[in-house]
Design a protein around this ligand. Structure first.
Ligand code: GLV
Ligand code: MN
Ligand code: MN
Length: 412
């Protein structure tokens, strides 16, 4: 079948959605459950309703839009997220949702009604940048966290998640965990450099690396920067700086694929002439190997103990997110690879460095992902870019993978 998406329509929707929360430098900021997130959600829901889909909101604010099939039963689902980090681009997450919508519209306009129902979803708070953990909505959808526990999460701005969900009008009635799809496939930008560097157009994603996020707080003594001899200090700022250096050294010593990031660092009181009496930093550790990730966590914990002991500061730790590595369903990985080849694209199997909703759906049903290249490997940055040709290629691979899953018994 030579069905193909309308790439211009997909691109114009991506650009329209990207104007909501636009940061003026090509990027957008729609942190989860903010007014900007609501506006983005509302626009996508309007498009879903315009297509005549059955749109439902669940108890954690995930939105699932279903198109009936020739037969009843669990839908073949696709989707992603429409929240962004504060320095987000217009593609991360949004592509998966709008390409899913585009797939459903393409089938509808061609008068194709597959055997199974098809659904496109967007999941709440995938980024975890305001409310940790990341992939929160899909985690709750998959039954990995209860809704009450999720409602009580407190954001970086002190807001309670349940209150914010109600405030923006997305506290829905559909229960969680949600319905178990027949299969789930998510199109996403790679957000890394591998496909572009190798001249490949499509990634058949084999899985997602394990993620460990923690917040570490050091408590020292505020004191005068001029009068306090170095030996008298209990400097929480110095402890935080050492922890950041230790995280970097840890990744260097363990070697690839270990990565380590300190993305947030606060010093109190944050004044030029006061020794910091309190500090807080986040540490993001990731590895495709679960044992290596656990080893990285152990080494990091030991370093933090050593640093706090040496500097005479207290330490408190809070786990913000912890997910083991995930492997996607081999039949879906193979189907993505085969479909991409059949469309004449160079394709590579690769693991995902970023977290994705698909890793949570994989707990409930066969799941997989399609990647398209990210120019320069740049993401979580307004300069994030994927060429229109690559967007089109990815959306067409998604179309044909979903159509096969909706029509055939690929998974039996
Ligand atoms: C979230 O999606 C992440 O990978 O940080
Ligand atoms: Mn994403
Ligand atoms: Mn992201």
């Amino acid at each position: 079948m030579d069905l193909a998406v309308d790439a211009a329509r997909l691109l114009s929707r991506l650009e329209e959605l990207g104007r909501i929360g636009a940061t003026g430098d090509g990027g957008c900021a729609r942190l989860a459950l903010t007014d900007e997130d609501r506006e983005g959600r509302d626009l996508v829901v309007t498009w879903m309703r315009d297509l005549g889909l059955d749109v439902q909101v669940d108890a954690i604010g995930n939105v699932v839009a279903v198109r009936e099939g020739r037969e009843a039963g669990p839908p073949v689902m696709c989707g992603s997220h429409v929240d962004t980090v504060a320095t987000g681009g217009i593609y991360d997450g949004n592509l998966g949702v709008l390409a899913g919508l585009e797939v459903l519209e393409t089938l509808a306009s061609a008068g194709v009604l597959p055997r199974r129902p098809m659904a496109v979803a967007f999941f709440t708070d995938e980024e975890g940048a305001r409310f940790a953990p990341d992939m929160l909505g899909s985690l709750v959808y998959a039954g990995g966290m209860g809704v009450e526990e999720a409602y009580d999460l407190v954001g970086i701005d002190g807001a309670r998640l349940g209150d914010e969900l109600a405030r923006i009008g997305y506290l829905g009635s559909l229960p969680c965990p949600g319905l178990v799809p027949h299969a789930y496939v998510e199109l996403h930008i790679e957000q890394g450099p591998v496909l572009e560097a190798n001249g490949e157009v499509i990634g058949a994603v084999t899985g997602v690396q394990g993620i460990s996020w923690q917040e570490v707080r050091f408590g020292g003594q505020f004191n005068h920067a001029g009068t306090t001899p170095m030996a008298y200090r209990h400097d929480a700022g110095f402890a935080a700086a050492q922890a950041a250096v230790a995280a970097r050294a840890l990744a260097r010593d363990l070697g690839p694929p270990q990565v380590a990031t300190v993305g947030k660092l606060d010093l109190r009181p944050g004044l030029v002439n006061v020794v910091a009496g309190a500090s807080a930093l986040t540490i993001d550790l990731r590895n495709t190997d679960g044992d290596m990730l656990a080893e990285a966590e152990r080494r990091m914990a030991a370093e933090i103990d050593r640093i706090s002991g040496d500097e005479g500061v207290t330490v408190e730790r809070r786990q913000l997110a912890r997910f083991d590595p995930v492997e996607f369903d081999e039949r879906i990985v193979g189907l993505v690879e085969e479909t991409a080849r059949a469309h004449g694209h160079r394709v590579r199997r690769l693991p995902s460095g970023a977290g994705h909703d698909a890793q949570m759906l994989a707990r409930r049903c066969p799941a997989g992902m399609v990647f398209v290249p990210s120019a320069g490997g740049i993401s979580h940055n307004p300069a994030e870019f994927t060429s229109p040709e690559h967007l089109e290629a990815g959306a067409n691979v998604l179309l044909h993978v979903l159509h096969r899953l909706a029509e055939e018994d690929v998974l039996s």
